[in-house]
Design a protein around this ligand. Structure first.
Ligand SMILES: [Zn+2]
Length: 180
């Protein structure tokens, strides 16, 4: 299982301060819904991008639910599930800030992400309905993205809500977010 957790950190400060070691377990298990059953279960390593668009290694906290015996990884807020590029760079790209150094450095991959989003956005839009406001007629994929990110305040918050309430993400639906 995977959960996005709100942290008041950037990629850089999370890494510099070894914040993964201080990440607390959520109270409730998203699978069995029992409270206070998590036990520390190490870390796993993945990669993401910093504010310059450079790749860096990051540790993600894992917990084990003592009731249902499943592990839960706690993705810090700035990460996008199963995507290398961190949320701030993705947001800037989708706002059209093509001059930013991080956006330029990851331009090829960002284009691929956009393609993937464009191929699935209508399914996502129908799932959300009017939750984040009514869609104007002839809304484009980019306009839909900007409207929903703005309604939530950030891509991080949108991603957290999509996983929690709809068990999906902007870039696809994954098993680790599904109910048992
Ligand atoms: Zn559990």
């Amino acid at each position: 299982m995977q959960k996005v957790v709100r942290v008041h950190h950037t990629v850089e400060s999370y890494v510099q301060q070894n914040f993964h070691q201080r990440m607390r377990a959520p109270e409730e298990c998203p699978r069995c819904h029992r409270y206070h059953r998590f036990q520390a279960h190490g870390y796993y390593e993945r990669f993401t991008t910093d504010r310059m668009g450079k790749t860096l290694r990051i540790q993600v906290r894992r917990f084990l639910c003592m009731h249902c015996a499943r592990t839960l990884s706690c993705l810090p807020y700035f990460l996008q599930p199963y995507r290398l590029i961190s949320n701030p760079t993705l947001e800037a790209f989708m706002r059209g800030e093509g001059q930013r150094v991080d956006v330029q450095r990851q331009a090829g991959l960002l284009q691929r992400y956009r393609k993937r989003f464009v191929s699935g956005w209508k399914t996502l839009a129908s799932l959300l309905g009017n939750l984040f406001g009514r869609a104007p007629p002839q809304e484009t994929a980019t306009a839909f993205w900007r409207r929903t990110v703005a309604a939530c305040g950030s891509l991080a918050e949108l991603t957290l809500r999509l996983i929690q309430d709809f068990r999906t993400t902007c870039f696809g639906t994954y098993r680790c977010h599904q109910p048992p």
